[in-house]
Design a protein around this ligand. Sequence first.
Ligand SMILES: NC(=O)c1ccc[n+]([C@@H]2O[C@H](COP(=O)([O-])OP(=O)(O)OC[C@H]3O[C@@H](n4cnc5c(N)ncnc54)[C@H](O)[C@@H]3O)[C@@H](O)[C@H]2O)c1
Length: 270
Amino acid sequence: MSNNLLAGKKGIIFGALDEKSIAWKTALKCHEQGAQIVLTNAPVALRMGEINKLAEAINAPVIGADVTNMDDLKKLFEEAQTHFGRKIDFVLHSIGMSINVRKGKHYTEMNYEWNQKSLDISAMSLHRVLRTAWDMDALNEWGSVVALTYIAAQRVFPDYNEMADAKALLESITRSFGYHYGVKNKVRVNTISQSPTRTTAGSGVKGFDGFIDYAEKMSPLGNATAEDCANYCAFMFSDLSRYITMQNLFHDGGFSFTGVTGAVIEQMEK
Ligand SMILES: NC(=O)c1ccc[n+]([C@@H]2O[C@H](COP(=O)([O-])OP(=O)(O)OC[C@H]3O[C@@H](n4cnc5c(N)ncnc54)[C@H](O)[C@@H]3O)[C@@H](O)[C@H]2O)c1
């Protein structure tokens, strides 16, 4: 159902890999709410071809950009503005990649070159995106930028590995750049800290199945779905959330503030 929350708004969505991706669901939701979208992903992800289905469904162009490459980002923002005929209203940063996790390296044995790459793709990339938009003056006043994060930035989830550090950095950049962009142009920058969700990136974490069940039992409302995360993103891109900035917003069914639940105690007593 559409309330036309995003009527007339123009946005760039990073990170739709396949239909499980949070970015994919967010693109559909924003389109349904009246927004016009430009989709982008790394060239290697575009070669999978899946994104073309989404592009067709929402009538959006796809512009390739490796988020660690400043020339790619500049080209993306230039082409997106040409397509829209004006500046951008919102950006979704839905990007994560851990080379150490991928290659099975334990946190205590981290390869630092891979770690640099992981931090660049997963965290510094938000700075790169904001910096590109800043230099080009590409975001409208009251524009809204959202990046997706996870509670491993605050608490230890051992198998989340170097991504915990990446998310902590991502959330810090959100506050720091959010301050400067707010002062300069009333642009808002926030992170949404999402429940574990079955996607390609999510399933890369060791023991994910047990973990997602545990989170479900530890959340009074249960795990938030990708569709619900898309709803929250649409709200954050809308004018209904204008004074929210520099925040890390938990979207996790209450997990973050729950010490223990009846369901978990019951299981411990068995
Ligand atoms: N799935 C979960 O459990 C969960 C929970 C909380 C937060 N998140 C976060 O949500 C975001 C989206 O992940 P997802 O779960 O939808 O998985 P996903 O695998 O569908 O999305 C990750 C995206 O990052 C893109 N990417 C990787 N390297 C890139 C590069 N160099 N340049 C541009 N794009 C690149 C991938 O192509 C992919 O589209 C990530 O930041 C992830 O950490 C996921």
